[in-house]
Ligand binder design. Structure first.
Ligand code: HEC
Length: 261
């Protein structure tokens, strides 16, 4: 019988080792000239984490007032904003302030209409060619799932937004490129989008660069994982149920075996 008990004792450390090895691989694969990412505190971290709605709503404001000038978010609908706590009227008002292409008028001329909750987020450019042309040849990536698409996720986006500075002495910059210590290769086509005080938050929070970067990253994480809150709430319920089930099973076992001595 002993080997059966010993086996798990070996299996667990083996899993830990394999897990550690898997985690170590991306770290090594990263470009050597970018400093290691500093892990930030995110409300949505961990198995039971959830989005901080206030932060995500501030982040929406940053996206809308700054990032949406260049980045699309094609997979988002205005109605999805219910996921960060906006009610129906707030969503309607938010969408209505944005003009999207409407049907042609009687003379065939294009028109504009206020957006509806059922509309996709408005894209800043009609197509990728126009987006590149306006950005010195570089395409601002769609931000719908960007948070999931980049190594380091939210920590990377946060670091990137804070990572601009003058290039180190002697570094030759290509035309139109900006120095960023967290971007692979350190030369990025995106000019520094946030400097602090780029928005006046409706909730009165002071809009430092760090605050804006943290908030917009939270919003981008929500966009990439809109079902996270629900999934984690289900997880909590499942765990509570399992605890309950274990209790019942144990009580039952005691009762059934009560007379066996
Ligand atoms: C003036 C246009 C412009 C604005 C405004 C802008 N970006 Fe960008 N962004 C770009 C371009 C262009 C790229 C592609 C850069 C490249 O490939 O060199 C980019 C790339 C990115 C990337 C991807 C970097 C990578 O690893 O590939 C992130 C993340 C990003 N932007 C976030 C933001 C956020 C967040 C905001 C708003 C706070 C914002 N951007 C505002 C033009 C812009």
């Amino acid at each position: 019988m002993r080997p059966a008990i010993l086996l798990p004792a070996f299996v667990l450390p083996a899993f830990v080792l394999i897990g550690a090895a898997l985690l170590a691989v991306p770290a090594r694969a990263q470009e050597s000239e970018t400093p290691p990412l500093v892990h930030q505190h995110w409300s949505f971290d961990g198995v039971f984490g959830t989005f901080d709605n206030a932060a995500a709503q501030r982040g929406l404001q940053v996206y809308q007032q700054v990032c949406s000038a260049c980045h699309s978010m094609k997979q988002m609908y205005y109605r999805n904003l219910a996921g960060i706590g906006l009610n129906e009227d707030q969503i309607k008002a938010f969408a209505a302030a944005i003009l999207v292409p409407g049907p042609a008028d009687e003379s065939g001329q294009p028109t504009q209409r206020p957006a509806l909750p059922s509309d996709h987020f408005k894209s800043p450019f009609p197509n990728d060619e126009a987006a590149r042309a306006a950005n010195g040849g570089a395409l601002p990536p769609d931000q719908s799932v960007l948070e999931k698409a980049r190594e380091g996720g939210p920590d990377y986006i946060y670091a990137l937004l804070n990572g601009y500075s003058d290039p180190p002495a002697g570094m030759k910059m290509q035309q139109g490129m900006n120095y960023n210590r967290y971007f692979p290769g350190n030369q990025i086509a995106m000019p520094q989008p946030l400097h602090g005080n780029d928005v006046t938050y409706v909730d009165g929070t002071p809009s430092s660069l760090e605050q804006e970067a943290h908030d917009v990253t939270t919003f981008l994480a929500f966009a990439a994982n809109p079902e996270l809150n629900e999934r984690h709430a289900t997880g909590v319920k499942a765990v509570l149920f399992l605890v309950f089930l274990t209790g019942i099973t144990y009580a039952l076992k005691r009762k059934i075996w009560a007379d066996v001595h």
